[in-house]
Design a protein around this ligand. Structure first.
Ligand SMILES: C[S@@+](CC[C@H](N)C(=O)[O-])C[C@H]1O[C@@H](n2cnc3c(N)ncnc32)[C@H](O)[C@@H]1O
Length: 543
Protein backbone atom coordinates (compact mmCIF):
# COMPACT_ATOMS: atom_id res chain seq x y z
CA UNK A 1 0.00 0.00 0.00
CA UNK A 2 1.06 3.66 -0.03
CA UNK A 3 3.87 4.86 2.06
CA UNK A 4 2.92 7.01 4.95
CA UNK A 5 5.15 9.82 6.04
CA UNK A 6 4.98 9.48 9.78
CA UNK A 7 6.51 11.84 12.27
CA UNK A 8 6.50 12.34 15.98
CA UNK A 9 3.47 14.57 15.50
CA UNK A 10 1.43 11.74 14.14
CA UNK A 11 -0.53 9.25 16.08
CA UNK A 12 -2.74 6.25 15.56
CA UNK A 13 -6.13 6.51 17.09
CA UNK A 14 -6.62 2.77 16.95
CA UNK A 15 -3.69 0.45 17.22
CA UNK A 16 -5.66 -2.35 15.59
CA UNK A 17 -6.69 -0.24 12.60
CA UNK A 18 -4.26 -1.65 10.00
CA UNK A 19 -4.45 -5.18 8.60
CA UNK A 20 -1.65 -7.79 8.67
CA UNK A 21 0.04 -6.15 5.69
CA UNK A 22 0.12 -2.85 7.53
CA UNK A 23 -2.54 -1.40 5.22
CA UNK A 24 -4.80 1.26 6.63
CA UNK A 25 -8.37 1.95 5.57
CA UNK A 26 -9.00 5.03 3.50
CA UNK A 27 -12.26 6.97 3.30
CA UNK A 28 -11.60 8.65 -0.05
CA UNK A 29 -9.81 11.31 -2.03
CA UNK A 30 -10.49 14.84 -0.83
CA UNK A 31 -8.08 16.98 -2.84
CA UNK A 32 -5.98 17.12 -5.97
CA UNK A 33 -3.14 19.29 -7.22
CA UNK A 34 -0.39 19.34 -9.79
CA UNK A 35 3.18 18.79 -8.68
CA UNK A 36 6.01 20.89 -10.09
CA UNK A 37 6.51 18.17 -12.66
CA UNK A 38 2.87 18.78 -13.69
CA UNK A 39 1.73 15.36 -12.63
CA UNK A 40 -1.32 15.10 -10.38
CA UNK A 41 -1.18 13.99 -6.78
CA UNK A 42 -4.13 13.28 -4.53
CA UNK A 43 -5.03 14.10 -0.99
CA UNK A 44 -6.35 11.02 0.72
CA UNK A 45 -8.36 10.89 3.95
CA UNK A 46 -7.52 7.99 6.29
CA UNK A 47 -10.12 6.32 8.36
CA UNK A 48 -8.55 5.12 11.60
CA UNK A 49 -5.50 7.31 11.67
CA UNK A 50 -4.98 10.96 12.49
CA UNK A 51 -2.36 13.33 13.81
CA UNK A 52 -2.56 14.88 17.23
CA UNK A 53 -3.96 18.05 15.71
CA UNK A 54 -6.80 16.02 14.27
CA UNK A 55 -5.73 16.13 10.61
CA UNK A 56 -6.10 12.82 8.86
CA UNK A 57 -5.05 13.30 5.24
CA UNK A 58 -1.82 12.76 3.33
CA UNK A 59 -0.81 13.36 -0.28
CA UNK A 60 -0.34 10.35 -2.54
CA UNK A 61 1.37 10.59 -5.91
CA UNK A 62 -0.15 7.44 -7.27
CA UNK A 63 -3.69 6.12 -7.03
CA UNK A 64 -3.28 3.27 -9.50
CA UNK A 65 -4.22 0.66 -6.93
CA UNK A 66 -7.40 2.52 -5.98
CA UNK A 67 -8.96 3.35 -9.32
CA UNK A 68 -12.38 3.05 -7.67
CA UNK A 69 -11.61 6.01 -5.39
CA UNK A 70 -10.08 7.92 -8.27
CA UNK A 71 -13.12 7.59 -10.51
CA UNK A 72 -15.42 8.53 -7.64
CA UNK A 73 -13.32 11.65 -7.05
CA UNK A 74 -13.42 12.61 -10.75
CA UNK A 75 -17.17 12.11 -10.83
CA UNK A 76 -17.58 14.32 -7.79
CA UNK A 77 -15.45 17.09 -9.32
CA UNK A 78 -17.52 17.02 -12.48
CA UNK A 79 -20.66 17.33 -10.38
CA UNK A 80 -19.18 20.24 -8.41
CA UNK A 81 -18.34 22.10 -11.61
CA UNK A 82 -21.93 21.83 -12.72
CA UNK A 83 -23.15 23.14 -9.38
CA UNK A 84 -20.69 26.03 -9.55
CA UNK A 85 -21.88 26.93 -13.02
CA UNK A 86 -25.47 26.89 -11.91
CA UNK A 87 -24.99 29.14 -8.92
CA UNK A 88 -22.60 31.68 -10.36
CA UNK A 89 -22.42 32.46 -14.05
CA UNK A 90 -19.22 34.41 -13.62
CA UNK A 91 -17.36 31.42 -12.30
CA UNK A 92 -14.50 30.17 -14.39
CA UNK A 93 -15.18 26.59 -15.28
CA UNK A 94 -12.08 24.46 -15.39
CA UNK A 95 -12.51 21.94 -18.11
CA UNK A 96 -10.50 19.88 -20.41
CA UNK A 97 -12.38 19.00 -23.60
CA UNK A 98 -9.92 16.26 -24.41
CA UNK A 99 -10.82 14.38 -21.26
CA UNK A 100 -14.23 15.63 -20.42
CA UNK A 101 -16.14 17.20 -23.29
CA UNK A 102 -19.42 17.07 -21.40
CA UNK A 103 -18.60 19.56 -18.67
CA UNK A 104 -19.09 22.81 -20.46
CA UNK A 105 -21.98 21.85 -22.58
CA UNK A 106 -25.05 23.74 -23.63
CA UNK A 107 -27.02 22.69 -20.58
CA UNK A 108 -24.43 24.32 -18.35
CA UNK A 109 -24.61 27.53 -20.37
CA UNK A 110 -28.36 27.60 -20.08
CA UNK A 111 -28.23 27.00 -16.37
CA UNK A 112 -25.72 29.80 -15.91
CA UNK A 113 -27.94 32.09 -17.93
CA UNK A 114 -30.98 31.20 -15.83
CA UNK A 115 -29.01 31.82 -12.69
CA UNK A 116 -27.97 35.27 -13.93
CA UNK A 117 -31.57 36.13 -14.67
CA UNK A 118 -32.60 34.94 -11.25
CA UNK A 119 -29.95 37.07 -9.57
CA UNK A 120 -31.01 40.12 -11.55
CA UNK A 121 -34.52 39.75 -10.23
CA UNK A 122 -33.88 39.21 -6.54
CA UNK A 123 -35.39 41.65 -4.11
CA UNK A 124 -33.07 43.13 -1.52
CA UNK A 125 -35.34 42.13 1.37
CA UNK A 126 -34.40 39.28 3.66
CA UNK A 127 -36.96 36.52 3.85
CA UNK A 128 -37.24 33.29 5.69
CA UNK A 129 -37.02 30.06 3.83
CA UNK A 130 -38.18 27.88 6.58
CA UNK A 131 -41.29 26.61 8.11
CA UNK A 132 -40.42 27.60 11.69
CA UNK A 133 -40.09 31.21 10.68
CA UNK A 134 -43.29 31.07 8.69
CA UNK A 135 -45.07 29.91 11.82
CA UNK A 136 -43.51 32.67 13.79
CA UNK A 137 -44.59 35.16 11.18
CA UNK A 138 -48.18 34.01 11.33
CA UNK A 139 -48.09 34.35 15.10
CA UNK A 140 -46.80 37.88 14.91
CA UNK A 141 -48.16 39.12 11.63
CA UNK A 142 -47.65 42.79 12.42
CA UNK A 143 -43.92 42.58 12.53
CA UNK A 144 -41.03 41.65 10.38
CA UNK A 145 -40.75 37.85 10.50
CA UNK A 146 -37.04 37.61 10.15
CA UNK A 147 -34.37 38.82 12.47
CA UNK A 148 -32.03 41.01 10.56
CA UNK A 149 -28.37 41.15 11.05
CA UNK A 150 -27.29 43.89 13.30
CA UNK A 151 -24.24 45.32 11.71
CA UNK A 152 -21.45 47.61 12.46
CA UNK A 153 -18.88 49.12 10.19
CA UNK A 154 -15.74 47.09 10.13
CA UNK A 155 -12.93 49.25 11.22
CA UNK A 156 -10.40 47.51 9.05
CA UNK A 157 -7.40 49.14 10.64
CA UNK A 158 -8.59 48.16 14.07
CA UNK A 159 -9.41 44.64 12.98
CA UNK A 160 -6.16 44.07 11.18
CA UNK A 161 -4.07 45.68 13.83
CA UNK A 162 -5.76 43.93 16.71
CA UNK A 163 -4.24 41.03 18.49
CA UNK A 164 -7.41 39.02 18.23
CA UNK A 165 -6.71 35.51 17.22
CA UNK A 166 -8.77 32.52 16.47
CA UNK A 167 -8.12 28.88 16.90
CA UNK A 168 -8.45 26.51 14.08
CA UNK A 169 -11.65 24.55 13.74
CA UNK A 170 -11.93 21.37 15.65
CA UNK A 171 -12.20 19.25 12.58
CA UNK A 172 -9.06 19.33 10.57
CA UNK A 173 -8.25 22.86 9.66
CA UNK A 174 -4.72 21.97 8.73
CA UNK A 175 -4.64 19.22 6.23
CA UNK A 176 -1.58 17.37 5.25
CA UNK A 177 -2.13 19.04 1.93
CA UNK A 178 0.11 21.76 3.16
CA UNK A 179 2.84 20.60 0.86
CA UNK A 180 5.92 22.12 2.27
CA UNK A 181 5.32 21.91 5.94
CA UNK A 182 4.04 19.30 8.28
CA UNK A 183 1.07 20.31 10.36
CA UNK A 184 1.84 21.26 13.90
CA UNK A 185 0.69 18.98 16.63
CA UNK A 186 -1.58 21.56 18.17
CA UNK A 187 -4.36 23.36 16.33
CA UNK A 188 -3.02 26.35 14.47
CA UNK A 189 -4.01 29.88 15.29
CA UNK A 190 -6.09 31.65 12.71
CA UNK A 191 -5.70 35.34 12.21
CA UNK A 192 -9.33 36.18 12.93
CA UNK A 193 -11.08 36.06 16.24
CA UNK A 194 -12.92 33.06 17.52
CA UNK A 195 -13.67 30.96 20.47
CA UNK A 196 -15.01 27.56 21.23
CA UNK A 197 -14.74 24.80 18.71
CA UNK A 198 -16.56 21.55 18.46
CA UNK A 199 -15.89 18.51 16.49
CA UNK A 200 -17.31 19.15 13.07
CA UNK A 201 -17.93 22.78 13.37
CA UNK A 202 -16.93 25.37 15.82
CA UNK A 203 -18.62 27.72 18.21
CA UNK A 204 -16.80 30.99 18.12
CA UNK A 205 -16.75 34.38 19.66
CA UNK A 206 -15.68 37.88 18.86
CA UNK A 207 -13.45 40.04 20.87
CA UNK A 208 -14.46 43.51 21.93
CA UNK A 209 -14.79 46.24 19.37
CA UNK A 210 -17.22 49.10 19.52
CA UNK A 211 -20.65 48.66 17.97
CA UNK A 212 -21.24 50.89 15.02
CA UNK A 213 -24.08 50.90 12.57
CA UNK A 214 -23.83 49.86 9.04
CA UNK A 215 -23.35 47.47 6.28
CA UNK A 216 -25.79 48.91 3.81
CA UNK A 217 -26.67 45.60 2.27
CA UNK A 218 -27.87 44.14 5.49
CA UNK A 219 -30.62 45.88 5.52
CA UNK A 220 -33.26 48.49 5.37
CA UNK A 221 -34.54 48.86 8.94
CA UNK A 222 -33.16 46.28 11.30
CA UNK A 223 -33.87 48.24 14.42
CA UNK A 224 -37.53 48.90 13.67
CA UNK A 225 -38.31 45.22 13.38
CA UNK A 226 -36.53 44.44 16.60
CA UNK A 227 -38.25 47.26 18.39
CA UNK A 228 -41.64 46.03 17.25
CA UNK A 229 -40.82 42.57 18.46
CA UNK A 230 -39.60 43.93 21.76
CA UNK A 231 -42.77 46.04 22.13
CA UNK A 232 -44.93 43.01 21.43
CA UNK A 233 -43.03 41.02 23.98
CA UNK A 234 -43.46 43.79 26.53
CA UNK A 235 -47.16 44.04 25.76
CA UNK A 236 -47.74 40.33 26.03
CA UNK A 237 -45.65 40.07 29.14
CA UNK A 238 -48.17 42.25 30.94
CA UNK A 239 -50.56 39.35 30.52
CA UNK A 240 -48.24 36.41 31.12
CA UNK A 241 -45.10 36.10 33.25
CA UNK A 242 -41.98 36.07 31.04
CA UNK A 243 -41.24 32.40 31.46
CA UNK A 244 -44.82 31.35 30.66
CA UNK A 245 -44.82 33.65 27.66
CA UNK A 246 -41.55 32.30 26.37
CA UNK A 247 -42.63 28.69 26.86
CA UNK A 248 -45.85 29.45 25.01
CA UNK A 249 -44.00 30.88 22.02
CA UNK A 250 -41.60 27.97 21.92
CA UNK A 251 -44.41 25.45 22.35
CA UNK A 252 -46.10 26.88 19.29
CA UNK A 253 -42.88 26.77 17.28
CA UNK A 254 -42.00 23.21 18.28
CA UNK A 255 -45.54 21.91 17.76
CA UNK A 256 -45.61 23.32 14.28
CA UNK A 257 -42.77 21.01 13.31
CA UNK A 258 -43.98 18.12 15.49
CA UNK A 259 -41.03 18.39 17.86
CA UNK A 260 -41.16 17.58 21.58
CA UNK A 261 -41.55 20.35 24.16
CA UNK A 262 -39.05 22.79 25.63
CA UNK A 263 -39.53 23.99 29.20
CA UNK A 264 -37.65 26.54 31.27
CA UNK A 265 -36.57 25.65 34.79
CA UNK A 266 -34.70 27.68 37.40
CA UNK A 267 -33.97 26.07 40.75
CA UNK A 268 -30.97 28.30 41.41
CA UNK A 269 -32.14 31.91 41.60
CA UNK A 270 -34.99 34.13 40.51
CA UNK A 271 -33.96 34.87 36.93
CA UNK A 272 -37.15 33.93 35.07
CA UNK A 273 -35.80 33.45 31.56
CA UNK A 274 -32.37 33.42 29.93
CA UNK A 275 -31.04 36.82 28.83
CA UNK A 276 -31.87 38.38 25.42
CA UNK A 277 -35.06 36.39 25.00
CA UNK A 278 -37.28 39.40 24.20
CA UNK A 279 -36.13 39.39 20.59
CA UNK A 280 -35.41 35.72 20.27
CA UNK A 281 -37.15 33.67 17.60
CA UNK A 282 -37.27 29.91 18.11
CA UNK A 283 -36.47 27.89 14.99
CA UNK A 284 -36.27 24.18 15.71
CA UNK A 285 -35.05 22.62 12.51
CA UNK A 286 -33.90 24.97 9.81
CA UNK A 287 -31.52 27.85 9.37
CA UNK A 288 -32.93 31.31 8.87
CA UNK A 289 -31.64 32.21 5.44
CA UNK A 290 -31.54 35.68 3.93
CA UNK A 291 -32.35 36.31 0.30
CA UNK A 292 -28.64 36.51 -0.46
CA UNK A 293 -28.06 32.91 0.64
CA UNK A 294 -31.34 31.42 -0.53
CA UNK A 295 -29.61 29.76 -3.45
CA UNK A 296 -28.05 27.24 -1.04
CA UNK A 297 -31.40 25.62 -0.36
CA UNK A 298 -33.15 26.36 -3.64
CA UNK A 299 -30.92 24.54 -6.06
CA UNK A 300 -32.33 23.38 -9.34
CA UNK A 301 -33.94 19.99 -8.96
CA UNK A 302 -31.51 18.39 -11.35
CA UNK A 303 -28.54 19.31 -9.15
CA UNK A 304 -29.80 17.11 -6.34
CA UNK A 305 -28.85 13.53 -6.08
CA UNK A 306 -32.07 11.67 -5.49
CA UNK A 307 -32.51 8.07 -4.63
CA UNK A 308 -35.02 5.65 -5.97
CA UNK A 309 -35.10 3.49 -2.90
CA UNK A 310 -38.57 2.30 -2.05
CA UNK A 311 -39.92 3.39 1.37
CA UNK A 312 -36.63 3.29 3.31
CA UNK A 313 -33.03 3.23 2.10
CA UNK A 314 -31.40 -0.04 3.18
CA UNK A 315 -28.17 -0.32 1.20
CA UNK A 316 -25.89 2.70 0.92
CA UNK A 317 -24.15 1.26 -2.13
CA UNK A 318 -27.47 1.35 -3.96
CA UNK A 319 -28.78 4.64 -2.58
CA UNK A 320 -28.08 7.30 -5.18
CA UNK A 321 -27.94 10.03 -2.50
CA UNK A 322 -24.66 8.48 -1.32
CA UNK A 323 -22.88 8.80 -4.67
CA UNK A 324 -20.68 11.66 -3.46
CA UNK A 325 -20.47 10.55 0.15
CA UNK A 326 -17.04 9.94 1.67
CA UNK A 327 -18.49 7.70 4.32
CA UNK A 328 -17.12 4.30 3.34
CA UNK A 329 -16.26 0.97 4.85
CA UNK A 330 -12.69 -0.32 4.72
CA UNK A 331 -13.28 -1.57 1.18
CA UNK A 332 -14.25 1.91 0.04
CA UNK A 333 -17.95 1.05 -0.24
CA UNK A 334 -20.55 3.56 0.91
CA UNK A 335 -22.17 2.97 4.28
CA UNK A 336 -24.89 4.83 6.16
CA UNK A 337 -24.10 6.77 9.33
CA UNK A 338 -27.03 5.27 11.21
CA UNK A 339 -28.20 1.92 12.37
CA UNK A 340 -31.70 1.47 13.83
CA UNK A 341 -32.12 5.21 14.10
CA UNK A 342 -28.94 5.74 16.10
CA UNK A 343 -25.65 7.31 15.01
CA UNK A 344 -22.95 4.65 14.66
CA UNK A 345 -19.83 6.79 15.19
CA UNK A 346 -18.27 5.32 12.05
CA UNK A 347 -17.90 8.81 10.56
CA UNK A 348 -14.26 9.93 10.40
CA UNK A 349 -13.36 13.52 11.08
CA UNK A 350 -13.93 15.92 8.24
CA UNK A 351 -16.48 13.62 6.63
CA UNK A 352 -20.04 14.80 6.27
CA UNK A 353 -23.07 12.60 6.66
CA UNK A 354 -25.29 12.85 3.60
CA UNK A 355 -28.94 12.24 4.43
CA UNK A 356 -31.63 11.74 1.80
CA UNK A 357 -33.22 14.85 0.35
CA UNK A 358 -36.82 16.00 0.34
CA UNK A 359 -39.19 13.13 -0.18
CA UNK A 360 -41.28 13.81 -3.26
CA UNK A 361 -41.75 12.67 -6.80
CA UNK A 362 -39.05 15.15 -7.87
CA UNK A 363 -36.60 14.32 -5.14
CA UNK A 364 -36.00 11.16 -3.14
CA UNK A 365 -38.40 8.28 -3.44
CA UNK A 366 -37.86 7.06 0.11
CA UNK A 367 -40.31 8.34 2.69
CA UNK A 368 -39.98 10.49 5.82
CA UNK A 369 -39.20 7.45 7.97
CA UNK A 370 -36.25 6.41 5.82
CA UNK A 371 -33.36 4.99 7.85
CA UNK A 372 -31.11 7.60 6.25
CA UNK A 373 -33.16 10.54 7.60
CA UNK A 374 -32.31 10.89 11.25
CA UNK A 375 -30.95 14.35 12.05
CA UNK A 376 -33.73 15.90 9.98
CA UNK A 377 -36.50 14.12 11.92
CA UNK A 378 -38.45 16.16 14.47
CA UNK A 379 -36.90 15.93 17.93
CA UNK A 380 -38.77 13.37 20.02
CA UNK A 381 -37.10 14.03 23.38
CA UNK A 382 -38.39 16.85 25.58
CA UNK A 383 -35.73 19.31 26.69
CA UNK A 384 -35.42 21.53 29.73
CA UNK A 385 -33.49 24.78 29.59
CA UNK A 386 -32.31 25.11 33.18
CA UNK A 387 -30.16 27.48 35.18
CA UNK A 388 -26.82 25.91 36.06
CA UNK A 389 -24.76 26.79 39.12
CA UNK A 390 -21.78 28.24 37.31
CA UNK A 391 -22.34 28.37 33.54
CA UNK A 392 -25.50 30.40 33.04
CA UNK A 393 -28.31 28.46 31.41
CA UNK A 394 -27.84 24.93 30.12
CA UNK A 395 -29.86 22.13 28.52
CA UNK A 396 -30.88 18.66 29.69
CA UNK A 397 -33.20 15.91 28.50
CA UNK A 398 -36.17 14.73 30.54
CA UNK A 399 -35.59 11.08 29.70
CA UNK A 400 -32.68 8.66 29.45
CA UNK A 401 -30.79 8.79 26.16
CA UNK A 402 -29.11 5.81 24.51
CA UNK A 403 -25.65 6.16 23.00
CA UNK A 404 -26.01 7.40 19.42
CA UNK A 405 -29.29 9.25 20.01
CA UNK A 406 -29.36 12.26 17.67
CA UNK A 407 -30.81 15.13 19.65
CA UNK A 408 -31.15 17.96 17.16
CA UNK A 409 -29.28 20.44 15.05
CA UNK A 410 -27.77 23.84 15.75
CA UNK A 411 -29.97 26.47 14.13
CA UNK A 412 -29.88 30.22 13.77
CA UNK A 413 -29.24 32.79 11.09
CA UNK A 414 -26.93 31.54 8.35
CA UNK A 415 -24.32 34.21 7.64
CA UNK A 416 -21.28 34.50 5.46
CA UNK A 417 -18.19 34.01 7.59
CA UNK A 418 -16.74 37.36 6.57
CA UNK A 419 -19.83 39.13 7.93
CA UNK A 420 -19.35 37.74 11.43
CA UNK A 421 -16.94 40.56 12.15
CA UNK A 422 -19.81 43.01 11.73
CA UNK A 423 -21.99 41.45 14.39
CA UNK A 424 -22.23 42.97 17.87
CA UNK A 425 -20.07 41.42 20.55
CA UNK A 426 -23.12 40.05 22.32
CA UNK A 427 -23.53 37.50 19.51
CA UNK A 428 -20.07 36.10 20.05
CA UNK A 429 -20.88 33.17 22.32
CA UNK A 430 -23.63 31.86 20.08
CA UNK A 431 -21.85 31.55 16.73
CA UNK A 432 -20.91 28.23 15.17
CA UNK A 433 -18.52 28.13 12.22
CA UNK A 434 -19.56 25.54 9.66
CA UNK A 435 -15.96 24.53 9.18
CA UNK A 436 -16.06 20.80 9.72
CA UNK A 437 -14.64 19.99 6.30
CA UNK A 438 -12.53 23.04 5.70
CA UNK A 439 -8.88 22.72 4.89
CA UNK A 440 -6.29 25.34 5.58
CA UNK A 441 -4.63 26.61 2.43
CA UNK A 442 -7.15 24.94 0.16
CA UNK A 443 -6.81 26.40 -3.32
CA UNK A 444 -10.48 27.01 -3.94
CA UNK A 445 -12.29 26.85 -0.64
CA UNK A 446 -15.47 28.49 -1.91
CA UNK A 447 -17.81 30.41 0.32
CA UNK A 448 -17.68 29.91 4.07
CA UNK A 449 -20.55 30.23 6.48
CA UNK A 450 -21.33 30.47 10.16
CA UNK A 451 -24.54 30.23 12.13
CA UNK A 452 -25.50 33.00 14.53
CA UNK A 453 -27.91 31.79 17.22
CA UNK A 454 -28.09 35.00 19.21
CA UNK A 455 -31.40 36.31 17.86
CA UNK A 456 -32.87 33.07 16.58
CA UNK A 457 -32.09 29.43 17.12
CA UNK A 458 -33.15 26.50 19.24
CA UNK A 459 -32.30 24.78 22.53
CA UNK A 460 -28.81 23.79 21.31
CA UNK A 461 -27.65 27.39 21.77
CA UNK A 462 -27.81 26.69 25.52
CA UNK A 463 -25.51 23.65 25.40
CA UNK A 464 -22.54 24.39 27.63
CA UNK A 465 -18.96 23.19 27.35
CA UNK A 466 -17.51 20.30 29.32
CA UNK A 467 -13.97 18.93 29.16
CA UNK A 468 -15.61 15.50 29.54
CA UNK A 469 -18.72 15.99 27.39
CA UNK A 470 -21.57 13.55 26.89
CA UNK A 471 -22.45 14.72 23.35
CA UNK A 472 -20.49 15.47 20.20
CA UNK A 473 -21.40 17.15 16.94
CA UNK A 474 -21.15 16.05 13.31
CA UNK A 475 -21.90 17.71 9.98
CA UNK A 476 -24.93 16.55 8.06
CA UNK A 477 -26.16 17.60 4.63
CA UNK A 478 -29.68 17.39 3.24
CA UNK A 479 -31.88 19.51 1.00
CA UNK A 480 -28.76 21.07 -0.43
CA UNK A 481 -25.45 19.64 -1.64
CA UNK A 482 -22.09 19.31 0.13
CA UNK A 483 -20.32 21.68 -2.20
CA UNK A 484 -22.48 24.55 -0.93
CA UNK A 485 -20.48 24.35 2.35
CA UNK A 486 -23.56 24.85 4.50
CA UNK A 487 -24.19 21.58 6.33
CA UNK A 488 -26.25 21.32 9.47
CA UNK A 489 -24.47 20.57 12.74
CA UNK A 490 -26.14 17.70 14.57
CA UNK A 491 -25.75 16.87 18.30
CA UNK A 492 -25.49 13.21 19.27
CA UNK A 493 -25.22 11.42 22.64
CA UNK A 494 -21.73 9.89 22.91
CA UNK A 495 -22.82 7.51 25.63
CA UNK A 496 -25.87 6.56 27.65
CA UNK A 497 -27.06 9.76 29.34
CA UNK A 498 -29.45 9.46 32.30
CA UNK A 499 -32.46 11.79 32.36
CA UNK A 500 -31.85 15.24 33.88
CA UNK A 501 -28.09 15.15 33.23
CA UNK A 502 -26.77 18.36 31.70
CA UNK A 503 -26.07 17.90 27.99
CA UNK A 504 -22.62 19.18 27.04
CA UNK A 505 -20.16 19.24 24.15
CA UNK A 506 -16.45 20.01 24.09
CA UNK A 507 -16.06 23.44 22.48
CA UNK A 508 -12.47 22.53 21.58
CA UNK A 509 -12.24 18.75 21.31
CA UNK A 510 -8.74 18.63 19.83
CA UNK A 511 -7.42 20.45 22.85
CA UNK A 512 -9.06 17.71 24.88
CA UNK A 513 -7.26 14.99 22.96
CA UNK A 514 -3.96 16.75 23.25
CA UNK A 515 -4.43 17.17 26.97
CA UNK A 516 -5.10 13.46 27.34
CA UNK A 517 -2.18 12.37 25.17
CA UNK A 518 0.49 14.69 26.55
CA UNK A 519 -0.92 15.18 30.02
CA UNK A 520 -1.21 18.97 29.83
CA UNK A 521 -3.08 21.55 27.89
CA UNK A 522 -2.32 25.11 26.89
CA UNK A 523 -5.09 27.66 27.30
CA UNK A 524 -6.41 29.03 24.02
CA UNK A 525 -6.21 32.74 23.39
CA UNK A 526 -9.44 34.35 24.62
CA UNK A 527 -9.98 31.42 26.97
CA UNK A 528 -12.21 31.82 30.03
CA UNK A 529 -11.98 29.83 33.25
CA UNK A 530 -13.89 26.61 32.82
CA UNK A 531 -16.55 25.67 35.33
CA UNK A 532 -17.48 22.29 33.89
CA UNK A 533 -16.45 20.51 37.08
CA UNK A 534 -15.13 17.46 35.22
CA UNK A 535 -12.45 15.40 36.89
CA UNK A 536 -10.08 16.03 33.97
CA UNK A 537 -11.12 19.65 33.44
CA UNK A 538 -8.54 21.55 31.36
CA UNK A 539 -9.20 24.63 33.46
CA UNK A 540 -10.27 26.86 30.59
CA UNK A 541 -12.95 27.09 27.98
CA UNK A 542 -12.37 28.61 24.59
CA UNK A 543 -14.58 31.60 23.87
C1 LIG B 1 -23.30 28.75 23.71
S1 LIG B 1 -23.36 29.61 25.19
C2 LIG B 1 -24.07 28.42 26.28
C3 LIG B 1 -25.31 28.95 26.94
C4 LIG B 1 -25.05 29.93 28.04
N1 LIG B 1 -24.67 29.24 29.25
C5 LIG B 1 -26.24 30.84 28.31
O1 LIG B 1 -26.63 31.00 29.47
O2 LIG B 1 -26.76 31.39 27.35
C6 LIG B 1 -21.66 29.63 25.60
C7 LIG B 1 -21.32 30.44 26.84
O3 LIG B 1 -21.71 29.78 28.03
C8 LIG B 1 -20.70 29.90 29.03
N2 LIG B 1 -20.11 28.58 29.31
C9 LIG B 1 -20.41 27.44 28.68
N3 LIG B 1 -19.72 26.41 29.20
C10 LIG B 1 -18.95 26.92 30.16
C11 LIG B 1 -17.98 26.35 31.06
N4 LIG B 1 -17.70 25.06 31.06
N5 LIG B 1 -17.36 27.18 31.93
C12 LIG B 1 -17.64 28.49 31.96
N6 LIG B 1 -18.53 29.09 31.13
C13 LIG B 1 -19.18 28.31 30.24
C14 LIG B 1 -19.65 30.81 28.48
O4 LIG B 1 -19.98 32.13 28.86
C15 LIG B 1 -19.82 30.63 27.01
O5 LIG B 1 -19.35 31.74 26.29
Amino acid sequence: MWEESTSSEETWSDADGGNEQGEWPVTGIVGEELTQAQSPRYEVRWDQWHRKDGTNTTWQPDMEDRRDLLSKWKRKQRYKRNIAAARDPSIKIMWDPAHDPTVHNRATDLKAQARREKLDNVEPELTSLNWDAECDRSLRCDEDPVPRLRTRRTDSAAVEGSSRSRHSPASPAVRSGNKDSKPSSSPSVRSKPLSQTASSASLRSLSKTPDRPTRASSSSSPSSSRNTRKDNFALSSRLLPPHALLEKKWRQATRNVSAASITIVNEIDDEEVPPHMEEFMYTEQKYIVGKELEFIFTLDEDLFLRCECYSSCQDATKCHCQTNSELNDTMGKNIFAYSRGLFTFRVPRGVEVIECNKASQFFCHCDANCANRVAQRPRDIAIEIFKTKHCGWGARAVEDLPKGKVMGMFTGQLVRREHIENLPDSHANYIFDLDGTEAKGEANPGDKYSVDAFECGNWTRFVNHSCEPNMKVYSVVFDTVSSMNAPYVAFVAMKYIPAQTELTIDYDPYAGEEAVSVGKSKAAPNAKPCWCGAERCRGWVKV
